[in-house]
Design a protein around this ligand. Structure first.
Ligand SMILES: Cc1ncc(COP(=O)(O)O)c(C=O)c1O
Length: 357
């Protein structure tokens, strides 16, 4: 009895020490090991039961289609600790729908929405201690992943799939507060083709973007702006984030058949409308950059990265915003409202948050 009590006290002590060691405010947007992940297998035409695993590794068949033929898709969303001690998950149903779309896009078995929800809730509850405290600016990043796990040698869809959800605490994207970043227009690499897989969140698109992103980073840019692959006339998106520009009280964001439909962008459009702005989703010619008062990139990781400067080396153009070094007024209104809803500080007037209980 004494021994058990000692063991439990020691485990609790170790746990407390570990959690104290996590410097929530300075966590990177990177991987931190948590206690559990959730897995589920699709075999013989149906999904099995959710399984809890404490391993960070997967055993994968050497001929799995996920490894060879890019049958892989993923999602990314966040859970937030509120001042009231409640954990809130942001618009998981949109991520569930997008994963279905991506699965169908590369001929994988889609994960049913209810299974997706159960896996998310379970994995967050199991790793509750890793949800960063309110006020740290950090959050729990949730990464659902789906891949073809059956063995094939010819190019064809797998008959087996694996669905995994893991979580990792991530720090505030902007450590010293939200700051404008610089971006580079890329004309020599295409992330996705117009009738290709750009609208799906599949790994291949990210592999295709890496040459440009790395070159941009090496040049000191936060990200690369991809243009439409066919004509190189219109803005597509900003690396792993959608683009928006603001002028004349209008929030304008590109319409394109090769970009990912950002859930953050969808939400900002709704917020912009509720704040009395007009919104337009349409083609955005590169030259229009000179007419915007504010521009930004939006996505789950940063919510909004205000853009300070866009450089187009081949056209010898530089577009500048935020000349005083601070994000624009409209950008901040949109950012504060969305972050307020996510942390539970603002009323959830759009019904976007799910309390994890
Ligand atoms: C290519 C790409 N575009 C846009 C986004 C932003 O989407 P969301 O707001 O759903 O995170 C992401 C991130 O998921 C992305 O990878």
């Amino acid at each position: 009895m004494k021994r058990i009590l000692f063991k439990c006290t020691f485990a609790a002590y170790k746990n407390k020490k570990f959690m104290e060691m996590l410097d929530w405010k300075n966590l990177p947007f990177g991987y931190v090991k948590t206690d559990f992940n959730i897995r589920c297998h699709y075999r013989n035409g149906k999904w099995g039961k959710l399984e809890v695993s404490s391993s960070e590794y997967i055993d994968i068949h050497i001929a799995a289609t996920g490894l060879h033929y890019g049958q892989e898709a993923f999602e990314g969303l966040k859970a937030y600790m509120g001042k009231d001690g409640k954990i809130r998950l942001f618009r998981w149903d949109e991520n569930a729908k997008r994963l279905v779309l991506s699965a169908e896009g590369v001929k994988m078995a889609p994960v049913p929405v209810e299974l997706f929800r159960e896996a998310l809730i379970q994995v967050i509850k199991l790793n509750k201690k890793f949800v960063p405290p309110y006020g740290s600016g950090a959050s729990l990043y949730v990464r659902p992943l789906l891949y073809g796990s059956g063995a094939e040698v010819g190019v064809k869809p797998s008959s087996e799939y694996t669905f995994i959800v893991f979580v990792t605490p991530v720090g505030p994207y902007f450590k010293g507060g939200i700051k404008p970043v610089n971006m580079l227009i890329c004309r020599d690499v295409d992330r996705a083709a117009p009738l290709g897989t750009g609208i799906f969140k599949v790994g291949g698109n990210y592999a295709a973007s890496l040459r440009a992103l790395v070159a941009g980073k090496e040049g000191g840019y936060a990200s690369t702006i991809f243009l439409d692959a066919k004509e190189k006339k219109y803005i597509d998106e900003c690396g792993p984030a959608n683009f928006f520009g603001i002028k004349d009280n209008i929030y304008i964001t590109p319409e394109s058949e090769s970009i990912l439909n950002s859930i953050t962008n969808m939400s900002l459009i709704e917020i912009a409308k509720s704040l009395g702005m007009k919104t337009e989703r349409r083609k955005v010619p590169v030259e229009e950059l000179s007419t915007f008062i504010e521009t930004g990139a939006c996505g789950t990781a940063a919510v909004i990265s205000p853009i300070g400067k866009i450089v187009d080396p081949e056209k010898n153009m530089i577009y500048e915003y935020c000349k005083d070094g601070n994000p624009g007024k409209e950008t901040m209104k949109l950012y504060n409202k969305l972050v307020g809803i996510q942390y539970g500080d603002e009323a959830d007037e759009f019904g976007w948050m799910t309390v994890v209980e």
